[in-house]
Design a protein around this ligand. Structure first.
Ligand code: SAH
Ligand code: SF4
Ligand code: F3S
Length: 486
């Protein structure tokens, strides 16, 4: 077939493709599969892929969707990036160091591609929603084959096929979307637990944060779709779900028939066979009394709440556009603890936000000492282009921020190791997740409060809930043994 004929043939394929989703993507998965099969016959082996995730649980879930599509197109998972015929980076841009890591690894990939020209490289995720990034890639990273963003990730199969067809760099980025495409293939990392998106995007515009710009406006999934997905997951062996959203507490506000997050949890609780429910992330300003009530009454919702505080200074919180004060946050914590004394609280804290003084920072330390978190993710403030905070004049010198960061980390760790030790000598239900990375005779499992436990046991227990006696606290994890009757 001449090139011209080939092109005509291909555009016919686009015309014939269904216009509705997800049918259209299933059609392109099939087309991509035919192409991959052809290539694999020439190579005499199946084509392989490697999907690398940067960033948060949302991205991890998206990567499972990318993996699902690649596997249906006939690709098998490679051991590493070097061996893979197709490498895809699902990127994050929440802090500058996330971007730096991507560029670093991309440079290495480019060198690999020089030796193996048939290797394909795709980039997607939050970083791709930044126009400067895409410009830079187009200019200085010409070896990249495929670039797409967060809003059109559902089109991956179609774009992959287009890359096969044109043989040229394919770039497709959408500015925003109001669309949610359901029912695409997914390949889970763990057979027994799964993330479940309940909403996409964010409307909060915290002044330091790039997420609303790269993930778009808040969209909630229809509760029926969520429940159906979880029921299917349970039928497929899942016992624990993590409901995902940038601000789960505002779930359902924009649905045709509005529904609260607490009500959604009530419905998820009813699903037979589902054992554990987690969720992330809760914005303190939207955490309702109804949610606390539902959590306290629930048998399935885990005893863990991630409640990012960001700063302890009401003045800085205002500048951050967080819409709560230090006092309101502490009151909320008290209310939660009154309803659930055994709950584990974790948080995110940013150090060195523009204008942060030593006094502001002391307020943050004060919150840490008062709340006594089970753990805290601490971040050095990173200016993100286009956000209001990046344009603020009084940026904190790096050395000052770093010094505060180290003090905060020390405080957080000291408290966490004390808080985590309180369960020593008790028996807790543990979801067994894997064989221990450090000792093959041990299993690693997770307690309801999200802490890890290592204990002796048979591999066959992976994916089940077992009672474990917590023998010894080791700071951030426990050493345990199977409880009597296990
Ligand atoms: N939606 C979640 C957070 C998503 S981003 C929430 O509102 O809690 C995860 C964490 O990254 C944030 O909680 C914040 O602590 C941190 N973060 C976001 N932007 C940042 C920035 N510009 N610099 C440093 N840390 C940042
Ligand atoms: Fe970012 Fe704030 Fe939205 Fe969280 S709630 S994603 S920190 S803008
Ligand atoms: Fe990063 Fe995007 Fe998540 S910026 S933190 S991967 S939403």
């Amino acid at each position: 077939m001449s090139n011209q004929e080939n092109k005509t043939e291909q555009s016919k394929i686009y015309k014939e493709a269904p216009v509705t989703e997800p049918e259209r993507q299933y059609y392109f998965i099939e087309q991509a599969r035919k192409e991959a099969e052809k290539q694999s016959r020439e190579l005499g082996r199946p084509l392989s892929f490697c999907c690398v995730t940067f960033g948060c649980q949302m991205n991890a879930r998206d990567s499972e969707k990318l993996t699902g599509i690649l596997e249906q197109a006939g690709y098998v998972e490679a051991e590493n990036e070097e061996e893979a015929d197709f490498v895809i980076y699902n990127t994050c841009t929440v802090r500058e160091n996330a971007n730096t890591r991507v560029y670093g690894r991309l440079g290495q990939l480019g060198r690999m591609k020089k030796q193996h020209p048939h290797k394909m490289i795709a980039l997607c995720g939050c970083m791709m929603q930044e126009p400067e990034v895409v410009e830079k890639l187009k200019k200085s990273y010409r070896f990249v084959d495929l670039i797409f963003g967060t809003h059109n990730i559902f089109k991956f199969a179609e774009l992959l096929y287009r890359r096969f067809e044109t043989g040229q760099m394919v770039v497709d980025i959408w500015k925003d979307t109001d669309k949610i495409v359901e029912d695409l293939p997914v390949e889970r990392k763990y057979p027994f637990k799964s993330g479940v998106n309940i909403m996409f995007g964010c409307n909060n515009f915290c002044s330091y944060c790039i997420v609303p710009y790269v993930r778009g406006r808040e969209r909630s999934r229809n509760p029926r779709d969520i429940i159906r997905e979880i029921k299917n997951l349970v039928a497929d062996g899942v016992v624990e779900v993590m409901l995902l959203g940038q601000n789960v507490n505002s779930y359902g506000k924009n649905l045709e028939e509005p529904m609260s997050f607490a009500e959604l949890l009530r419905q998820v609780e009813q699903i037979e066979g589902l054992k554990r429910i987690r969720f992330m992330t809760s914005h303190p300003k939207d955490l309702s009394d109804e949610l606390i009530e539902v959590m306290a009454e629930s048998k399935k919702i885990c005893r863990h709440l991630h409640l990012p505080v960001q700063s302890g200074s009401s003045r800085i919180l205002k500048q951050m556009n967080r819409r709560y004060t230090k006092e309101q946050y502490l009151e909320l914590v008290e209310k939660i603890r009154r309803a659930m004394p055994d709950i584990s609280l974790t948080t995110d804290i940013i150090v060195g936000f523009p204008g942060e003084t030593e006094e502001d920072f002391e307020e943050t330390l004060d919150v840490v000492r008062k709340v006594r978190y089970d753990s805290a993710f601490t971040f050095l403030y990173s200016p993100r282009t286009g956000t209001p905070a990046a344009a603020m004049e009084n940026q904190v010198p790096e050395a000052v921020a770093k010094e505060r960061f180290d003090r905060l980390l020390k405080e957080v760790q000291e408290i966490a190791s004390q808080v985590c030790a309180v369960h020593e000598g008790t028996t807790q239900e543990v979801l067994v997740e894997s064989v221990s990375e450090h000792d093959p005779s041990l299993l690693t499992g997770r307690m309801s409060n999200n802490l890890l436990v290592h204990f002796p046991g048979e591999k066959s227990l992976i994916g089940t809930l077992v009672p474990v006696y917590l023998k010894e606290a080791k700071g951030f994890y426990y050493m345990g043994m199977p409880a009597d009757g296990a």
